[in-house]
Structures are given as structure tokens and as C-alpha cells.
Design a protein around this ligand. Sequence first.
Ligand SMILES: C[S@@+](CC[C@H](N)C(=O)[O-])C[C@H]1O[C@@H](n2cnc3c(N)ncnc32)[C@H](O)[C@@H]1O
Length: 539
Amino acid sequence: MRIAAPDDALTTEDALLAAALGLGAADVAGWSPAEDDLVRASASAAPGRDVLAGLRAAIGEGRDPLGEAFCRLRDAARRRPEGATYTPPAIVGAMTAWAAGLPAPARVVDPGAGSGRFTVAAGRRFPHARLLAVERDPLAAVVCRAHVAAAGLTTRARVVVGDYRTADLGREDGRTLWLGNPPYVRHHQIPAGWKEWLTLTAHAHGLEASRLAGLHVHFFLATAARARPGDAGAFITSSEWLDTNYGRLVRELLLGPLGGEAIHVLEPTASPFEDAAVTGAITCFAPGRPEGTVRMRRVAEVAELGELDGGREVPAARLREAGRWTPLTRAPRAVPAGWIALGELCRVHRGAVTGRNSTWVVRPGETDLPDRVLFPAITRAKEIFDTGAALTAGDHLRLVIDLPVDLGAFEGDELRRIERFLRAARRDGAHDGYIARARRAWWSVGLRAPAPILATYMARRPPAFTRNTIGARHINIAHGLYPRTELPEPVLERLVAGLRHGVSVEDGRTYAGGLTKFEPREMERLSVPDPFREDPPEW
Ligand SMILES: C[S@@+](CC[C@H](N)C(=O)[O-])C[C@H]1O[C@@H](n2cnc3c(N)ncnc32)[C@H](O)[C@@H]1O
């Protein structure tokens, strides 16, 4: 028999559904009325035997042609509200391999199963385990069934179509392995009723929940509420919960009922998911595990995940007192002899927010406002990157219009020009933005004093520092470094030189895609060669 290229046949959702049924989807336990509705509404006839044979062959080789077709037919934008980002095989493989090092589970639960990648991988690894996939989307559930059926796992599997948070998962006397990729959906898209569920369920466990928590946090809680001592689990999620306020619930669950064992953070530059710009963290847990240490590890590439071993043992007590966990995934960098924290020398302040650069930032010659309200300023990070070690000329800089709150100091022609400008600004709505309304006077941007050192703080490369010798101002695209006491010029120059050589992106917090950001307090924690030493140590 000819084996057809299955992609050509799966060109509509109806065709995908028909193929799934042809592969035996309806034989997998747990068929639901929602799936009946789908089938009734579908117009496609069953595909030819050659198409089904092609699909079976691909699934037999470990591929997921049905899941791929699902993602093709529903583009990323349509899948986003459900958090449907399917897991690449290398990550499924690493997590399943980790679980294979533990005593075999009696049951595997795949929360938010999608096309069943974890269910099928676990079914192959654990030949005696019962498989329970929970999926809210009926079409994905049918696809999952077909994947399971074509992989020869029908007799051990059940697919529950419903919401994982409240679905009936039945009882299990043996060990359950919780394995999967909970959906990543931000809190704005979570209905109030489910936020209420989160709060109440967390309370029942003596914990507080934030209403800003994303759906993956709900899944952690729903798992902790059901897991029992002796179980184990591994979830891949976005890594945001490591550092955010709303993620505290996950951190507390891991230090409590879930028994966190390891956290493997994929460097944001690894882009673990093809079609979603999110960071990745794999969390391994073993409910009932006595509190001790949690292994924290960073990997630059998915290929480095291995079987999820290795990492630094971080005491639970240290994790409990830390507000952010990402820094603990890195080996602490000892401050070498002769170096000091930047914050001992300088305060770091972000520049003022104008609220509307198109009104308040102008090019030289573009306005007839009096010179004394026009301030040459750094208004783009590029200006610092391009400057080098010292900003010595300001002709190329744009000007920020910074009027005093009290305009009484102006009269005659100056006042007329200012009033004309303000009338035009008001017509443009400059008085009405959130920032403008929060100011003492909407027209007064309130620039900070010139900072002797200026720094970028958000880029795909380490921050740049420059000695500001011309008293340029800065807006909120830059940080200003303000010495706590006056520093002599040679000390300032050595400080800038040290910062320009010694700072790496690792010191900041990195977002998906490799964008690194340094909040002012984070910048103050940077260590630099002590600039008071005339023979600064090597960096
Ligand atoms: C991140 S995807 C993971 C899919 C699959 N486990 C994988 O890793 O390839 C999350 C899945 O959860 C499903 N989902 C979203 N909300 C759900 C809920 N409340 N209950 C059950 N499933 C849900 C989505 O439809 C989606 O298939």
C-alpha cells in the first residue's frame, strides 16, 4: 500500500477530526458530549487508508503529525487564549527521562494534554502505567486520543475533556507521575470566578494567592491539591513565577506540599518554544519529600537538558527568604578583593518619564521656546552606546522642554511663546495623559539633575556607561549614577572604566529573547573595581 504524506490531507479542522477518528480516537476511554458535538458538526469524510497509514507510520517513529497539523490549522494567535503551545520533543524527552529514574508510576497525569505528547512519551516509557490526559479543548482532546490510539496505548489511556482545576481524576492507590506543560495564559484572560477559585483553594492550603496569577499557577495549585506523598512530577512553564509577586504561590507550594526537587531554567536566549516568546523553567517535584535543598540549574540550550540532573543545591531556607529565585540559579559571584558594590559609591536613578516624547522632546531649532527651558538630554539608549567612555559634546542631542511648575518667572515675549506652546500641547492632549495628570503641573516634566555617569539599562547586550562631562540630562531610557559624596575626576573616570569592562548581562534580569534589564537597585548591586585604588585590579 502507498503511504501518503499526511500533511497534504490535513488541511482543515474537519479533515483533522476525520483522520483522528479513522485512527481510533473514539476507542479511547472518556469520550465526551463535547466531542460528540464536534463530530456531528463535521463535514469531512474519513481519509483514505494510505493517509491513515502515513499518520500511523509517523507516530510510530515518535513524531506528532496530528499535533503539528493542529498548530498549523490554528495559528499561534488563535491558540494563545488557551495557552496552547505544544512542547518540543527534546523537552518532553528530557522530562520523561528524568521520571524514568524514579520508581515506576502506577499512573501518569498529563494536565492540559494538547495532542498528548507527554501522555504518549510516558506511555512508551512506563509500559504498565495507566495514562490520564486532561484537556479542555474538545478538538485537541480528539487529536490526543488519536495519538494515543495510533501509538498502541488505547487500553491503558483515558482522556478527560474538561477543566483540569476541577476535573475528576479518579482515585489512584499507587504513585502518580504528574507530567506536562500547563497552559500559559495571563491573568487578564482569566475569568473572575476562576480567580476566586484560586484564592479559596490556596486558603484551604493555608496560602495566599494573587489575582494577577497566570493559568500555570492555577495548574500548580490544582496539582498540589491532589498530589500525595510518594508521587512525583515535572512541569515545564514560563519562568516568570520564579521572580514575580504573583509567582509566590508556586514558590510556596514547591517549598511545601509539592516538595520541589529541582528547577532547570532555560536561558531566555534558548527560545524553548518555537511560536511563543516565553522563557522556560522545568520544575521537578516529589510531594512528601523532606525539606532540604532544591537543585537550581541553568542551561543555555534545550540540547543541554540531558536527564535533568546536575545543578547547585540551594537550601530551602535560603529560597524561603529570597524574593526572587532567578539569581539563585546562578553560582554566586564572589566579590573579588579590591572590588566594591557600585551602590556603595553611587545611587542609581532612572530618568524622568515625559509622558509624551512627541511633545516634550524636540530637535535643536525646532521650537522658539526660551533656551532656559530647553535641556540637552539623552533620549535614546543608542546615544550612550555611540558615545564611548565620555560624553564630551551635546550638539547632536535632542532637547527636553522642562518648564517650572510656577510660570511666574516669565514675562513679556518669553511668556507669550510659552503660552503659545502650551496651547498647542493642550490641543494635542499632552495635558491629559496618565503621567501628565500625576505631575504637580502637567507642563512640568521635572528632569533630574545631570548625572555624572549615565547608563543604559535595557538592551540585548550589557549596559553601556559613559562619563557625562557636559551636564546632559536623561529621560527614562537611561539611568543616572549619582555619587553619594563628591568624587574626584580621576576616580569617576576609573569607575566608568571599571563599569565598562566588568559588567555582564548575567547581572541583570533577562527576558524572553535575551533582552536584559537592570532595575536601579540591581545596578547598585553590581561590583566594580574600587576606583579609589590607583592600581585597579585586573578584570
Ligand atoms: C501549553 S499547552 C501543552 C500541550 C501539551 N501538553 C504539550 O506539552 O504539547 C496547554 C494545553 O492546556 C489546555 N488547556 C488550557 N486551559 C485548560 C484547562 N483549564 N484545563 C485543561 N486544559 C486546558 C490547552 O488547550 C492546551 O492544549
